[in-house]
Write a protein that binds this ligand. Structure first.
Ligand code: SF4
Length: 359
């Protein structure tokens, strides 16, 4: 069912929950599946084509496999795709989808069309351990990690899949806390045998986790976005507990040792909170911290969440901050606010769904 969210069958979901998914497997793994099932290894390549080029919904649709091969595979495997169970549409074209996961949870994915571009913001975990004070997902707590199939399904089963130009890992969860699966997904998005996207179309965002950062810099060519939100360590730690285990001064040192002059882009995300991180002292400290580093700063409007002391910075202050930082040598932009009428703050829709199920 394309074009709108399909009704989601819990019964069907649980029937298939014990079966292994083909979605999320690399070419070598699909070849191994073929061989383990008594089929020639080249069947693995055929499966990769059906999965990643034609995005089939059932093994039975892989019509160049023999009937016997399809039956054998169907006895042990499913594709692993699930249509969104709910969707909220903004007047500006942004759509927030609610996807069921294989473990019976819900995650959010946001489709953001913008002229001839369309970006998908995907989730990497159910909830999050990072506990950022301004984030609804952080408040939700951590409920589990997502498999590669669950992450990839947000693209695979997206009604607007063929319009996508960019993917950002900025939804629920901390991508570096599920890095095995995030790297597997970025491999499948960029591998010639799968989606063959340029890594320049993909951005992975993180609050900055020590092990994850080092590994990501070594193993991935995708763009990196760091959630900074405050240049003063003490203030940042009050908003973002992750600062205590990996201080921003340390990760900026590591980032300074990387070559950012080609291909890969480094962005610092900075949500602007009124009266909290929007002063000249904050701007000067950002210049001191990031000066000379090949990077850009993206200033973000705060989408308020229930029962929070945080408030949005006003437009004039955001414009002033952008101009001040740019004049002091740091390319700075203000991210356009999208989907404000559909609860754009990440975590609100899945939290509402969870509360609904408790009733
Ligand atoms: S802002 Fe990101 S890292 Fe922080 S709690 Fe929310 S989802 Fe997790």
């Amino acid at each position: 069912m394309r074009g709108k969210a399909a009704p989601y069958s819990q019964k069907n979901h649980y029937l298939c929950a014990y079966m292994e998914t083909l979605l999320g497997k690399t070419l070598d793994e699909l070849k191994a599946v073929a061989v383990e099932n008594g089929l020639p290894a080249f069947v693995g390549k055929q499966m990769a084509d059906w999965l990643y080029h034609r995005q089939v919904r059932t093994i039975n649709e892989m019509t160049n496999l023999s009937k016997a091969a399809r039956e054998k595979l169907s006895a042990n495997y499913i594709i692993g795709c699930n249509d969104p169970s709910d969707a909220q549409r903004s007047v500006d074209g942004t759509i927030k989808y609610l996807y069921p996961t294989r473990a019976g949870n819900y995650i959010e994915t946001v489709y953001i069309p913008d002229g001839d571009h369309a970006t998908l913001c995907v989730s990497s975990q159910v909830g999050c351990k990072m506990g950022c004070k301004f984030c609804m997902t952080g408040r939700q707590g951590f409920e589990g990690t997502l498999s590669a199939a669950d992450i990839l399904n947000q693209v695979y089963s997206l009604p607007e899949r063929d319009k996508l130009t960019n993917i950002v890992f900025m939804g629920q969860g901390e991508p570096f806390d599920n890095l095995d699966n995030v790297l597997r997904v970025t491999e499948l998005l960029t591998a010639p045998y799968a989606w063959a996207w340029s890594p320049k179309r993909i951005t992975v965002s993180s609050v900055g986790l020590r092990k994850g950062l080092t590994r990501f810099l070594k193993e991935s060519s995708c763009h990196l976005a760091i959630s900074l939100h405050n240049p003063f360590p003490k203030e940042r730690a009050e908003m973002m507990p992750a600062e205590r285990s990996f201080p921003l001064t340390e990760f900026v040192d590591i980032l300074r040792r990387e070559d950012w002059s080609h291909q890969r882009r480094l962005t610092f995300e900075y949500i602007m909170f009124g009266g909290l991180n929007d002063s000249k002292a904050h701007a000067d400290e950002l210049v001191r911290l990031l000066g000379g580093l090949e990077c850009r700063i993206n200033l973000i409007h705060f989408h308020t969440i229930p029962d929070t002391p945080f408030r949005e910075a006003d437009d004039n202050t955001m414009t002033w901050m952008r101009d001040y930082l740019t004049q002091h040598g740091i390319t700075t932009t203000i991210r356009a606010s999208r989907g404000q009428d559909i609860y754009a703050a990440c975590g609100l829709l899945s939290t509402a769904k969870k509360n609904q199920e408790k009733i």
